[in-house]
Design a protein around this ligand. Structure first.
Ligand code: AMP
Length: 197
């Protein structure tokens, strides 16, 4: 929704890492171990990926960071990188969702192996089980969307990522959005927050 609305790229470190895993690059093979366990890929790897990506021309008019930064060292590196690029963050959005709701959302999540379109087996199912409505590709589940791995990811979030709320609060950038609401309300709230900036 934000990509369409603002015409700027979504920079998802998770998507970039999954692409490296698919392409079986050396970095991808190392990252996979951490990802499958629900842990974080080492800071220097992720920082390097984002640093390179932010220099591409399609970021000139802005960008949406998704899944980055996830640790204080990553946030510090991002600040440094933005100084070098003479850019600033407009807002940091924290989506608040109960753990049980997150588990339900993630365990039911599926994506098309062909076009990447996302589904949920209960909340947004395809018309035919396991098949993409848009391109008839096969729907697959992420390896790290198993419940045990999800619980580990939540713990990692609490330990390493949650401190970023205070970090960005101090900078006056943090906007908290109720992620328990339905999709259109969450979208409206995020847009309202960004447009009020
Ligand atoms: P995501 O698609 O954002 O849920 O990320 C999937 C997985 O990729 C995470 O559980 C981590 O293993 C890894 N990952 C993505 N972004 C980062 C990041 N900023 N720092 C470290 N690991 C990351």
């Amino acid at each position: 929704m934000l990509v369409e609305k603002f015409g700027i790229p979504q920079i998802s470190t998770g998507d970039m890492l999954r692409a490296a895993v698919r392409e079986q690059t050396e970095m991808g093979m190392k990252a996979k171990q951490h990802m499958d366990a629900g842990g974080l890929v080492p800071d220097e790897v992720v920082i390097g990926i984002v640093r390179d990506r932010l220099q591409l021309a399609d970021c000139d008019q802005g960008f949406i960071l998704d899944g980055f930064p996830r640790t204080v060292p990553q946030a510090d590196a991002l600040s440094q990188c933005l100084v070098e690029l003479e850019k600033e963050l407009d807002a940091v959005i924290s989506l608040n969702v109960d753990i049980d709701a997150l588990v339900a959302r993630l365990t039911g999540r599926r994506a098309c192996a062909g076009c990447g379109k996302g589904y949920h087996i209960t909340f947004d199912p395809p018309s035919q089980d396991g098949i993409c409505d848009a391109c008839s590709g096969a729907l697959i589940q992420r390896d790290d969307d198993q419940e045990a791995t999800i619980r580990n990811r939540m713990q990692v979030y609490q330990d390493l990522t949650a401190p970023l709320e205070a970090y960005y609060q101090r900078q006056g950038l943090l906007k908290t959005v109720d992620g328990m609401a339905d999709i259109s309300s969450v979208q409206e709230e995020i847009l309202g927050t960004l447009q009020a900036n």
